[in-house]
Write a protein that binds this ligand. Structure first.
Ligand code: PRX
Length: 663
């Protein structure tokens, strides 16, 4: 174990906002309290926010109907909590520091200015007919207008649905239709790693012929002129200039929706995970403070994209609810060189830094020199999220980046959990490289075997479930509550099933072993293999497709597609076809789901009942042909030989990978 760095702070029993956990004994006592008396514990946490009207009931759950509610009866506004309430004490403090694509270029937005900008955007939305409860789809680069738009939605009670910039127009269109949005916010272009991203063009294709979308607001990131459809498209800056810089806020119910965020699962199209206002914000604020040991004056740099839950909770809502200074990073970790993160750390005096293991692997492969070129003296806490971190990368982060004086927090959580659930507390929890360590307050992890038997005690591995509700828990799948129940609560009745495998070791520490379903984690991005398969079979040349993950040095997992061609396509040039199929996935889902390898296959290993044996495909994709285990249930065992031969041939001709783009 790596000893925790001691941060000497007086413990306070209630963990009110601003209080610190001083020792493991204190963590254990409070953890027990959070389970034994959740009502008292969570009531205290609710006080982190400013409420217009107090709640009546701290929490209520009804497992039979999969109904969870927190701070019921309470009224609040998330934007007020993230912006207005800080003005008296820290109006001139930086709320957001925007780190632009070009190194060394920053823009600072104070809390006071944030309030004005957000109010203008909120007034623009209202002027275009957006009302409480309406959904607004957002497809934007990492620019301050993205934060303004989210907070403006929260201010007027609209529900934002942010779509990550790596998704295609077809994926955007599906999400707009599913959410029933009438207004979309985008930018003319984005800038990333010196390249221009034509966002407006992508949105145009998404909304073409979609009458439901009446308004497209376009933020201006570059000088580029883009076609503007009269009556539908409006420049956001021009609209803002006509609006006042004050705007009233809605009194939202604690359980009113705050946002929808689409995420992939093992079946079907991505689901619109719904988070509500009170519980989500309490949990985002509390976890941001305790997991990052947030202190007044800190500069928090979460390098994720706001298009993912990490950006929602730890760039925007958590830090701003706590009155922190938060960095929005527009660029890439390797642009213009692998020292980019550390340069920003020095330029801005970053104290708490949070990124994905994949980004660390991408910069670590350039060696230590780009790190050592910068002092990093301001750093105190280093976080990781999104995928298991291999111990080598963990040690590099701890020893080289953090010079063994910063706490490394490997945080496990999901889109559906709203905030971190398994994590060390910096300076308190003794660390083990590769383990997310121990549960956060109020969180009760349960491991069960495939038959649903709960695995008690230590030294056990199983499916990771959670037996308690916590305030940040997702409440439903937008427009399909049955799917919510079905996806998370039926496999192991009475428990929330995460989809992850996990080991609890002899010390009670948790080690996430990766997904146990057909979800893969590529460069920290969660993708459903079924979605990619449907995109492939929609191509006329493909009769059948099976997609699996395979180990990838930088991205954690790469995407491997086995495809069987239709008879007509069998004569086509295989190279060209592989390119066309990669293009097909980029068109249907987006560049984020680009397959790393497409193998034109002689067949797929199926059992006699017709089920594809994915285990065998995963082994072949990884080049592990030697021990394929029991193949006796296969309908045609010879298929396996054919696949191995095809894979060998392909592996021999593969060029080494170019460094991937990670976000
Ligand atoms: O498999 C786990 C992995 O990421 C999944 C959740 O993905 P998403 O909803 O996109 O949210 C990512 C950011 C919170 C999980 O089911 N995962 C997340 N954090 C870790 C992790 N795997 C191992 N260690 C982690 N720290």
């Amino acid at each position: 174990m790596v000893e925790a760095q001691s941060i000497v702070v007086p413990p306070r029993p209630e963990i009110a906002a601003g209080a610190r956990i001083g020792s493991m004994a204190e963590y254990e006592r409070l953890y027990r309290l959070s389970l034994d008396d959740p009502e008292t514990f969570w009531a205290r946490q609710g006080e982190r926010l400013t409420w217009f009207h107090p709640w009546d009931v701290v929490f209520d759950h009804d497992y039979a109907n999969t109904d969870f509610g927190w701070y019921l009866g309470g009224r609040l506004n998330a934007c007020y909590n993230c912006v207005d309430r800080h003005l008296a004490a820290r109006g001139n403090q930086d709320a957001i520091i925007w780190a632009k694509d070009e190194p060394g270029e920053y823009e600072r937005i104070s809390y006071r200015r944030l309030k004005h900008e957000v109010s203008r955007v909120a007034n623009v939305l209202r002027a275009h007919g957006v009302r409480r409860g309406d959904r607004v789809c957002v497809y934007m680069p990492m620019i301050p207008e993205l934060a303004y738009t989210m907070l403006a939605c929260a201010r007027i009670g609209a529900v934002h649905s942010i779509i990550f910039g790596g998704f295609s127009s077809e994926a955007i269109r599906d999400r707009i239709i599913d959410a029933g949005a009438r207004l979309v916010v985008t930018a003319n272009e984005g800038l990333r790693g010196g390249r221009r991203l034509r966002l407006k063009e992508t949105v145009d294709r998404a909304v073409d012929g979609l009458d439901q979308v009446r308004t497209v607001l376009v933020a201006r990131r570059t000088e580029a002129e883009v076609p503007m459809r009269p009556g539908r498209d409006h420049w956001l800056d021009a609209e803002c200039r006509t609006q006042r810089s004050t705007c009233t806020y809605e009194w939202m119910g604690a359980e009113d929706p705050l946002f929808i965020l689409y995420t992939s699962g093992s079946t079907g199209k991505p689901k619109g995970v719904l988070h509500t206002t009170g519980g989500y914000l309490v949990y985002a604020a509390m976890t941001h403070e305790l997991v990052f040991d947030h202190r007044p004056g800190d500069v928090h740099f979460c390098a994720a994209d706001v298009g993912w839950i990490t950006g929602h909770s730890y760039i925007i809502y958590g830090p701003l609810a706590n009155g922190a200074t938060t960095v929005m990073f527009e660029s890439l970790p390797t642009y213009p060189d692998p020292g980019r993160y550390w340069q920003a750390v020095d330029d801005l005096g970053v104290t708490t830094f949070y990124t994905a293991p994949t980004a660390l692997r991408a910069v670590a492969r350039a060696g230590d020199a780009p790190v050592r070129a910068h002092s990093r003296r301001s750093l105190r806490v280093l976080g990781t999220v999104g995928e298991p971190i291999n111990p080598d990368t963990w040690r590099w982060y701890h020893d080289v980046v953090g010079e063994a004086r910063c706490a490394v927090v490997d945080t496990w959580w999901q889109t559906e959990t709203g905030g971190v659930l398994i994590t060390p507390l910096p300076g308190v929890t003794p660390l083990k490289p590769g383990s997310a360590t121990l549960p956060f307050f109020g969180v009760q992890p349960v491991l069960v075997d495939d038959e649903g038997t709960v695995l008690e005690g230590r030294g056990v591995s199983g499916n990771l479930c959670l037996s308690r509700t916590w305030p940040g828990q997702a409440r439903t799948v937008w427009g399909d509550h049955e799917r919510f129940r079905e996806t998370y609560f039926t496999r192991f009745p009475g428990l929330y099933f995460t989809g992850d495998g996990c080991r609890r070791d002899e010390d009670g520490y948790y080690w996430i072993t990766g997904r146990v379903d057909d979800v893969i984690n590529v460069a920290g991005h969660r993708l459903g293999t079924a979605e990619i398969e449907s995109a492939l079979v929609a191509h006329e040349a493909v009769a059948e497709a099976a997609v699996v993950g395979f180990p990838h040095e930088i991205k954690g997992q790469g995407i491997f597609a086995f495809v069987i061609l239709t008879m007509e396509a069998e004569q086509a040039d295989p190279r060209q076809l592989q390119g066309a199929l990669i293009e097909q996935v980029r068109r249907v889902i987006g560049p984020v789901a680009s397959p790393d390898a497409v193998l034109i296959s002689p067949g797929l290993p199926k059992t006699r009942s017709g089920k594809i044996m994915r285990r065998v495909l995963r082994q072949i994709a990884a080049g592990e042909y030697d021990d394929l285990g029991n193949l006796s249930t296969l309908a045609e065992p010879a298929v396996v030989e054919g696949l191995i031969a095809a894979h060998r041939e392909m592996a021999a001709t593969l060029a080494p990978d170019p460094p991937p783009e990670v976000s």
